[in-house]
Design a binder for this molecule. Structure first.
Ligand code: XUL
Ligand code: CO
Length: 438
């Protein structure tokens, strides 16, 4: 097949002084930071849905993206997109891609026909993988787009829909395994409610847990060893999504005894929709040993929905990578660009500019975070702030040696002296790291 992104060759690292917009300024895949290359730390992935399956439509207008495959018949377009995916990933130097079942192949009139379409495309992907280093980071199921999922998938009040969603996940897990996918993601597309007046929340949550348990069992049965990930999101499309945020998901998994089998996939824009920072959600996962992967993007502070923009905020990226490094890295996970170019950025070249912006932002974020971790100034401040728990009564609390009676005795005789939290001093120090780290 002839070149699809003609006129654009492999994107290279040229360094901060470069004025070539089609070059990396900070992402140098082979640069070693803390014993690992940038490529190994960041494990970037292209999101098939935003990059190849989308057309740029919004609530007020039709698709605007210039994409040759969008004007082809569904199956021809699907085959073409396979080529586009690999050519794009190879040129931009992103080592992974991620997909929903419905991004790669169109639905047929029946489930059997849909699965046949998938088989054709999966075999094309498998063939193309033989001549490529690009791998599958994760697969997932789109059990929210088709109108059959109007009331949810595994949380639908209709048991036939529960069964249909199960069949879809079964197939998607099989193809993820076949393509060597390292993880499998569950994002509860419409697993939530619009009104409690028509909702049996207890049954829906029990069913969601039953569904996930069946997925764990089936993965074991077919020998799929990828990491299972749940991606929290508080709202959109439903008013209340059950996988609200990291804390809610971890509590849910523990309630149903599912926590040993899952980690979390944290998306920046979902964190902000939940009223949290990106760093907060990553920190919640880190302290629970459940950080699995990241959907890298950002929202717009003035908009209250999931705008899925390419990440360019250096502060957020640095603090995100600070959490990742402190968590010991992303393991099998990676940084998937769940990001779309704006509707007005309609030319194929914009896909390159978007990914370059995101990759450079996280590369610089990694460099800054590594310096913050190795200098240890923030850690030292935090350790000192909590030092009252390392000796005396604080140590007795931590060691479980005292109860309310002993604490009352201590409180009666103590002269309390607090220390400043020095927030402004620390924020100024963070500015110094952002501005001065080379
Ligand atoms: C939706 C979203 C999804 C998941 C995968 O907001 O983030 O694309 O990442 O289903
Ligand atoms: Co996502």
């Amino acid at each position: 097949m002839s070149e699809i992104f003609s006129g654009i060759s492999k994107i290279k690292y040229e360094g901060g002084g470069s004025d070539n917009p089609l070059a990396f300024k900070y992402y140098n895949p082979d640069a070693v930071i803390g014993g690992k290359t940038m490529k190994e730390h960041l494990r970037f992935a292209v999101a098939y849905w935003h990059t190849f399956a989308a057309a740029g439509a919004d609530m007020f207008g039709a698709g605007s993206y210039e994409r040759p495959w969008n004007t082809m018949s569904a199956m021809d377009g699907a085959k073409f997109k396979v080529e586009a995916n690999f050519e794009f990933a190879e040129k931009i130097g992103v080592p992974f891609f991620c997909f929903h079942d419905r991004d790669i192949a169109p639905e047929g009139d029946t489930l059997a026909e849909t699965n046949k379409n998938l088989d054709v495309i999966v075999s094309a992907i498998k063939d193309r993988m033989k001549s490529s280093d690009v791998k599958l980071l994760w697969g997932t199921t789109n059990a929210f787009g088709n109108p059959r999922f109007m009331h949810g998938a595994s949380t639908s009040p209709n048991a036939d829909i529960f069964a249909f969603a199960a069949a879809q996940v079964k197939k998607a897990m099989e193809i993820t395994k076949e393509l060597g996918g390292e993880n499998y993601v569950f994002w509860g597309g419409r697993e939530g409610y619009e009104t409690l007046l028509n909702t049996d929340m207890k049954l829906e949550l029990d069913n969601l847990a039953r569904f996930l348990k069946m997925a764990v069992d089936y993965a074991r049965e077919i020998g799929f060893n990828g990491q299972f990930l749940i991606e929290p999101k508080p709202k959109e499309p439903t008013k209340h999504q059950y996988d609200f945020d990291a804390g809610t998901v971890i509590g849910f998994l523990k309630t149903y005894g599912l926590d040993p089998y899952f980690k979390l996939n944290i998306e920046a824009n979902h964190a902000t929709l939940a009223g949290h920072t990106f760093q907060h959600e990553l920190a919640v996962c880190r302290i629970n040993n459940m950080l699995g992967s990241i959907d890298a993007n950002q929202g717009d502070v003035l908009l209250g929905w999931d705008t899925d923009q390419f990440p360019t905020n250096l502060y957020d990226a640095a603090l995100a990578m600070y959490e990742v490094l402190k968590a010991g890295g992303l393991g099998k996970g990676g940084l998937n660009f769940d990001s779309k170019v704006r509707r007005g950025s309609f030319e194929p070249a914009d896909l390159f500019y978007g990914h370059i912006a995101g990759m450079d932002t996280f590369a610089k974020g990694l460099i800054i975070a590594d310096k913050m971790v190795t200098d240890g100034k923030f850690d030292a401040f935090v350790a000192d702030r909590y030092s009252s728990y390392t000796t005396g009564i604080g140590k007795d609390i931590v060691d479980g040696k005292v109860g309310f009676k002993e604490l009352e005795k201590h409180a009666l005789g103590v002269k309390i002296k607090n220390k400043s939290g020095r927030q402004e001093m620390l924020e100024s120090l963070l500015n110094q790291y952002i501005c001065e780290t080379k």
